[in-house]
Design a protein around this ligand. Sequence first.
Ligand code: SAM
Length: 425
Amino acid sequence: MASLGRHIIVEYYNCSPELLNDVVHIEKSMENAAEEAGATIINSTFHHFSPYGVSGVVVIQESHLAIHTWPEYGYASVDLFTCGDTVNPWVSYQMLKDSFQAGHGSAVELKRGEMALLKRKNFDVKAMRDEKSSEDGDPIRTRDVWFTERDDKIALSLKHDGKLYDVQSDYQRVEVYNTQAYGNMLTLDGMVMTTEKDEYVYHEMITHVPLLTHPDPKRVLIIGGGDGGTAREVLKHENLEEVVMVEIDDKVIEASKMHLPTIAQSLDHPKLNLIIDDGIKYVNDAADGSFDLVIVDSTDPVGPAEGLFTVDFYKEVHRILSADGLMITQSESPRFNSKVFKEIYQTYRGIFGQDNVHCYLAHIPTYPTGMWSFSYSSKGSANPMNLKPTEEVDAFVKANRLRYYNADLHKAAFALPNFVKEMIG
Ligand code: SAM
């Protein structure tokens, strides 16, 4: 390698002024141009100037691509900077020229950091990392990186010290980050699944609400839940005879056992029948009335979980529930995925009956908007307000040192804000 980096300085002329002022188009074009060239995108940030013009950068594993546009001249200046030999920045040059409908472009390539002129310094990060900072004794942070989960309008960013696990499984990208504010965090396909610091909210609410209102639960089925948090809470109910958990992706379980031990602690529990399989297939093959409670602890309706958000699947869940059976699902955020949220309740009411489907809310800081919902669908007499006697609930909460759930909060969670009531009618 004669030089540390390649820097292509690009000028695009006679471009479409509209495209050079379309920040969404420019960001997508720059990201596609990076990936097509073989780069791995880490993060990107773009700014739309007033009254016009865009500036932005895509940070890639192999350095960066940057752009500034002058729509009023149909002109854009671009820097394509790459390290190593795995990325061909000229692929990006041509893709962007087409994407901005440039009349013509010119480019010059510079070698940056000629090795002949460089001498390696004595720079040992590991030694630095082990050094304790004088002020607060915390380890010196040698990496300060932002993880960002975002859709086209909303984003959540968390600072982290690096990735502890990163595997592309047969179903999804499984990653674990060591975040500074929320401890270790599991993400699937770039979406936050659970963090050590706020997981108890989700896991206590998706489990104790149904298990402390069902008349006599004996057999529980968990669909998904690969991090193990739902199983951990379910298994705190000692009166249960069997808990079956069907998780499609063994890499999620591996990552959680390795890096989220407090969440995954019950995945080897003797009462847990852990099955690696597609939950849809398992439910289709299960016998009528064979479960008192089915908890669908799935990801969002994408990838392997898409089929878990279908009428057919819910009808099958209804079939395998016992007479007083309950189905509990994470039902997304009323604010973040309003369309899916509304559809979910319409569908459930079509299967379980208008008055047998209830919604309850919880505050999960690392989920989009922080407001998350759960659905409570009853096949028989079970009702969310038929909570066990308060002293019994209080004793359970105390004995298990629950950190979010309690009897008052249980009732409050079903008291919905007006805008949510309007959404689900
Ligand atoms: N609390 C998280 C949330 O609300 O987004 C979900 C956590 S849990 C990790 C979700 C699990 O569902 C993942 O491990 C994923 O692999 C699993 N999953 C997705 N589709 C599935 C399917 N068809 N059958 C079984 N498990 C599935």
